[in-house]
Design a protein around this ligand. Structure first.
Ligand code: MD3
Ligand code: FE
Length: 227
């Protein structure tokens, strides 16, 4: 095929909105962008290190008093919290008494670009939850419903050791699909999929040159209504 005819074919491909091979659709409103963040990964991990210096990764407690196996921290205007009184967003980190660190530029930029690639224009996240998984840790099936704005999508970035996303439906009892998430993969959820149940299966032992035995996940959300 000549260069010109290849270009013409790619244009046709776009015009027909066929799913590009690097943009898998899980269901309407849910996309996996394979390796979308691979290039920025070292910068993202450096920024995670800086955030964690100001707001340490910690194991939160569920409302029922269980210690979460995944370590968490936040940056942005609002941080997600869990303790004996339940789940909520707060501008202040209870551990330091200070505001959460500002959202690093490299985070905000990547989140907006990923949302655009999944056809959600103008995504301006105000909250980023940073999760650290070590071997043996997991996140049980849940919904993300503590946000005030369900119209905005959610963008999630996987870094380091691969994990299995349990991708459920609108009801807790819907049998989840298993989706492998590797270093640099970005997932975008919005519209009808925004309130789907999901979780992360127990992390296996592994090694990644940039994170060692750990997997990091960044979850970008619009927690507060836009003023
Ligand atoms: C599906 N984190 O922090 S991100 C979470 O990899 C969380 O750390 C997981 O679930 C992680 O709440 C998965 C993927 C994700 C995020 C939001 C979703 C999947 C979602 C919202 C609706 C449906
Ligand atoms: Fe979640």
């Amino acid at each position: 095929m000549t260069r010109a005819s290849r270009a013409a074919q790619e244009e046709l491909f776009d015009a027909a909105s066929a799913p590009a091979p690097d943009r898998e659709q899980l269901e309407p409103g849910a996309f996996v962008l394979r390796a979308f963040a691979a290039e920025e990964a070292p910068a993202l991990l450096d920024a995670i290190g800086l955030v964690a210096q100001a707001a340490p990764l910690r194991h939160m407690t569920t409302a029922r008093g269980w210690r979460m196996s995944v370590a968490m921290t936040n940056c942005g205007d609002a941080g997600w919290l869990s303790d004996r009184s339940g789940y909520r967003y707060d501008a202040i980190d209870p551990q330091t008494g200070r505001r959460w660190p500002a959202m690093p530029e490299v985070f905000a930029h990547l989140a907006a670009r990923a949302a655009s690639a999944a056809r959600f224009a103008g995504f301006a996240p105000d909250a980023c939850l940073i999760n650290r998984y070590e071997p043996g840790t997991r996140l049980t099936l849940h919904q993300d419903r503590d946000e005030q704005d369900f119209d905005a999508p959610i963008v999630s970035v996987s870094l380091g050791v691969p994990a299995t996303l349990l991708w459920g439906g609108a009801a807790r009892t819907d049998r989840p699909r298993r989706v492998r998430l590797e270093h640099g993969d970005v997932v975008v959820w919005g519209g009808p999929a925004r309130l789907n149940f999901h979780g992360i299966d127990t992390l296996r032992e592994g090694h990644h040159a940039l994170t060692g035995s750990a997997r990091f996940n960044l979850t970008f959300r619009r927690a507060l209504l836009r003023r």
